[in-house]
Design a protein around this ligand. Sequence first.
Ligand code: SF4
Length: 249
Amino acid sequence: MTALPIHPDQRTPSDTSVPVSESFVSIQGEGKLTGVPSWFLRLAGCNLRCRWCDTPYASWEPESVSRPVDELCEEMRATGLRHAVLTGGEPMIFPQLLPLTERLHRMGVHITIETAGTVTRPGVRCHLMSLSPKLANSTPVGDPRDPSGKWAERHEHRRLNFASLNELIAGSPDRQIKFVVTGPDDLPEIESVLARVDGWKPDDIILMPEGVTVPDPDEVAWVVEACRTRGWRYGDRLHIRLFGDTKGT
Ligand code: SF4
């Protein structure tokens, strides 16, 4: 693991708490570690509002219980697993991520952080930075949950932060960059995003068809072709195939 500088926030008291939407054991359904049994911690709260967000209970309408970092680490230890996935919402908006990842690191746990990559958290411990930069298809224009349009404006302003993406990639020993795609029109934007991001290899790039059902092969043939010609990965959602779109999986 890359030893990043210790941040002063890592000296927060042991009773530091975080807003937890859910924690559970399942298999990783997405990305390079697909199939690996993992402990998932979903923090509630996000600085974005994706139109197609599949965890609105951690973004549009956050539901959470405040839980101490110590208690969460003990829960992880009791699973006997080696892999932890810190997700959201947007986990990087919480400074408590520093003591949490520091303790998991000391326990010898492999840490994946799932983030949109718009916020940095210097000193955070992470083995696999799982970045999901948001394309224009995510902006909630005309969404009834945003009648004033303020979130659409905020989301559009925040969704791509290249300084942050590059800092997060540079600070982690491994990375994957997932794009949720809705049609071939997304490809030029993906190419333009990648042109401004450093430190990736073609097989770090994952195209994931939008949706919370198993896709029709004909509808995603263009995704397969786009990956085949560029050396990128097709991003399946194994948890959807196995468990459907349900919480706790
Ligand atoms: S960044 Fe993730 S959690 Fe936040 S709104 Fe988008 S999909 Fe939902």
